[in-house]
Design a protein around this ligand. Structure first.
Ligand code: ZN
Length: 267
């Protein structure tokens, strides 16, 4: 049985993997759009998406936080979101085979949206729980700086003056885009910061530690294979003890999300 702490959900690192995979469709022209699930189209209607995207060529693929954006040759933008269970399939292949909250079975009935290209290839979102979605002209202005690009100054500005719990502020996509639940826990574990502390109360030294941890966690967890591979979550799945100091890890709800932290070295 796979531990609930040890399988991926689509966070920034997973969506970055999807972005790389989707680069294969740059230059392809859309022959047909399948949007059978009207509920899955969150911005614009299914008909509007079909009309805007059909016969257009994909000019580029970008990621901002957990949003994947396809740029079309006439300037139209199509946003793809993966929720907790969505996977991207390009030409039938999935970059990430099993997601934590979704069945590992490959059921084409879960295809919520597809672009079929003139060369016979395709790009699909397979999403058993329908928690992702498609957005015509997604609102990129509401997203903060991407976590991968965030400078120390960006992190400082994102937290300044906030009395919200530190973790809740890190999860606020309007401040810093891309940090999901698992990444936030690992970042705070590495930085030695209590997720429940008021976000605006960090000292300059703590801010530097936090900024450094964001960069390191992104690089290391990408190399390890995803946001579920952090030290804190792996220790939770193994024996529940902090690998640094042996303390029993704590599980709390902070900002509405299940939070794993160490009561000893996270202060
Ligand atoms: Zn510890």
């Amino acid at each position: 049985m796979v531990s609930p702490y040890a399988a991926p959900v689509p966070e920034m690192l997973e969506v970055e993997t999807y972005r790389r995979q989707a680069e294969a469709v740059v230059g392809r022209t859309v022959a047909h759009v399948d949007a059978p699930d009207t509920w899955y189209v969150k911005r614009g209607s299914s008909e509007e998406v079909v009309a805007a995207v059909t016969r257009r060529t994909i000019d580029g693929v970008r990621r901002i936080g957990k949003l994947l954006v396809l740029d079309l040759d006439d300037g139209t933008r199509l946003g793809l979101r993966f929720g907790m269970s969505g996977r991207l399939l390009v030409d039938g292949g999935a970059a990430i085979d099993r997601l934590r909250y979704a069945s590992g079975r490959n059921n084409p009935a879960w295809d919520r949206f597809a672009l079929r290209f003139t060369d016979g290839s395709d790009l699909r979102i397979r999403d058993p729980r329908r928690l992702g979605g498609v957005e015509l002209e997604p609102d990129e202005g509401h997203l903060g700086v991407d976590a991968q690009q965030a400078t120390l100054r960006d992190v400082e500005v994102a937290l300044r003056g906030s009395r919200a719990p530190l973790k809740a502020r890190l999860l606020d996509q309007a401040r810093i885009a891309g940090v999901g639940n698992l990444l936030a826990d690992e970042i705070l574990f590495r930085a030695g910061l209590d997720p429940a502390r008021p976000a605006g109360g960090l000292t300059p030294t703590e801010l530097r530690r936090l900024h450094r941890a964001i960069g390191r966690v992104i690089v290391q967890l990408t190399a390890r294979g995803g946001s579920h591979t952090g030290d804190a979550r792996q220790a939770m799945a193994l024996d529940g003890l902090c690998p640094r100091d042996g303390a029993a890890l704590q599980v709390r709800r902070i900002g509405g999300r299940t939070t794993v932290s160490c009561p000893v070295h996270q202060a």
